[in-house]
Design a protein around this ligand. Structure first.
Ligand code: 4AD
Ligand code: MG
Length: 465
């Protein structure tokens, strides 16, 4: 018999029709009952709800039913009927049960409900079987799909930028090296330096920290592009908002100035939040009820008003006047800490904030320089509970100014020669930004630790699964 997904039976029981035979396959979430009747909740991952299977115990082999325990995997055939109990509209009266795989209750780690997030992280190979992670992973999929849809509908092209590069786009030096050298026997030049000429690519290479530089090449030929891929940062920051491997979405648009860039960022993020509310309400409701009672309210709230737009210098003034003691003292020139960002968003404006025109010394080399000689046309989008969710800028399109900045920072021009050629040949004003995909998911799911919105988190000292 053809298998039905639980979502089909729960959402559209009329398709199979009450009184007709169905087959479901999935994992047992709970089993309860007595000597005459058993109730088995089966979840197949298609939706957060499980379907209830009602078993007339007398009709089944006792040994078989013994194998039906939490975590085991079953194939059930039976009749779809209206449910007698509360909490579900339909259930299945079982005719036939096959146990695909048992799960010894003595050792199955998800035997009981209510595990801590910390514990679940230690069993990342099994945690997708919990309702929490089912919801998170379905939302993750929906957001990835919505990102492609948003850009495709607006004429952007998806550009695949390399994961292995020879450049440091952000100039922060937090990179993972890529090499095929035998680490116990690294070739050296006569003056004792590592001889990268002998390495696989004939030069020093690393995992990318951003697809932006290559993205700019795309924008300056195709007009509007976006990248969406894994990004790697070897920063040793063990925080609830940092991963060593995360996914970033980077649109880059020719002829956009900073205001167009802000408009795009705000429209994009509101679209994604609305997409989740329109398409994933089952998952959001579950997370709202079980984890974070204000989740849906926060999502709806973000859609209501325009984001505040403010320059860095004015933000510093606000922070200096704040009657709150910050762990990191405030002065013009500091890189804002998440406590500062959250103060602006959560306490002062009570809305998402787009901060612009940061001091050039705390931002990357490629940002457009303002006439004041001190600031650059950067923009960060700051969100409640998260802090920075997007970082971007208008780009420096002037060859001489860019060259000057690179020299000032003691960067090697030769390494970026191909990037400079975009400024030499047909340069154009352009802007872009990067949205941290997992930061977006933190906001959309209400999870508080970034390790809980990616299936297999990579953080310092952690690459088990
Ligand atoms: O602000 P960032 O470093 O900007 C760039 O990389 C630019 N090249 C983007 C661009 O203009 N095309 O990173 C962008 C976003 C951050 O705002 C944050 O949301 C996320 O990426 N991010 C991280 N997310 C998780 N873990 C980390 N270690 C992250 N570092 C940055
Ligand atoms: Mg940033």
């Amino acid at each position: 018999m053809k298998r039905s997904k639980v979502i089909e039976l729960v959402k559209h029981p009329e398709v199979v029709g009450l009184g007709n035979k169905v087959c479901v396959k999935g994992w047992v979430r709970t089993k309860r009952g007595n000597n005459s009747v058993a109730f088995i909740a089966i979840n197949d991952g298609s939706i957060v709800s499980s379907i209830q299977v009602v078993v007339d115990v007398a009709k089944f082999d006792e040994a078989l039913l013994k194998l039906v325990t939490t975590g085991s995997c079953l194939c059930v055939e039976g009749t779809l009927v209206e449910s007698q109990g509360k909490g579900q509209s339909v259930e299945i009266q079982a005719d036939k049960i096959e146990v695909y795989g048992s799960a010894d209750p003595e050792i199955y780690p998800l035997q009981k409900k209510g595990h801590s997030m910390e514990f679940l992280r230690e069993i990342a190979h099994l945690r997708p079987r919990t309702n929490y992670f089912g919801c998170v992973l379905r939302l993750r999929h929906a957001m990835a799909f919505a990102i492609h849809k948003y850009f495709n509908d607006r004429g952007f092209f998806y550009l695949h930028t390399p994961l292995i590069t020879a450049s440091d786009a952000e100039g922060a030096g937090e990179m993972f090296n890529v090499t095929t050298f035998d680490l116990n026997n690294i070739p050296r030049t006569e003056d004792g330096k590592v001889d990268y000429k002998k390495d696989f690519f004939g030069k020093r290479t690393n995992l990318t920290v951003s697809g932006q530089l290559e993205g700019e090449l795309g924008a300056l030929s195709l007009g509007s592009i976006y990248t969406f891929g894994p990004t790697f940062r070897a920063e040793n920051s063990n925080t609830p908002r940092h991963l060593a491997e995360f996914w970033m979405v980077e649109p880059e648009v020719a002829f956009n100035d900073i205001t167009d860039n802000m408009d795009l960022a705000e429209d994009f993020i509101k679209y994604l939040v609305k997409y989740a509310l329109d398409n994933n309400m089952d998952d959001l409701k579950f997370l709202n009820d079980m984890f974070d009672k204000t989740l849906i309210e926060r999502l709806e709230f973000v859609l209501k008003d325009a984001f505040v737009r403010l320059d860095y210098t004015s933000a510093i003034d606000i922070l200096l006047k704040a009657d709150k003691k910050f762990d990191y003292p405030v002065s013009w020139g500091i890189d804002l800490q998440s406590e500062h960002e959250r103060y602006l968003v959560e306490s002062h404006f009570k809305r998402p904030v787009i901060l612009t025109d940061y001091p050039k010394d705390i931002k990357a080399f490629y940002m457009k320089q303002n006439d004041d000689g001190k600031t650059v046309r950067a923009m960060d989008v700051l969100f409640p509970t998260i802090g920075e969710i997007i970082g971007g800028s208008e780009r420096e399109a002037d060859y001489q100014k860019l060259l000057h900045r690179v020299q000032e920072l003691n960067m090697t021009e030769e390494q970026y020669w191909w990037y400079f050629e975009t400024r030499k040949f047909g340069s154009a004003p352009h802007s872009g930004f990067g949205l941290g995909f997992e930061r977006l998911l933190l906001f959309v799911t209400g999870m508080t630790n970034i390790r809980d919105v990616i299936p297999f988190p990579r953080t310092p000292q952690n690459a088990e699964f």
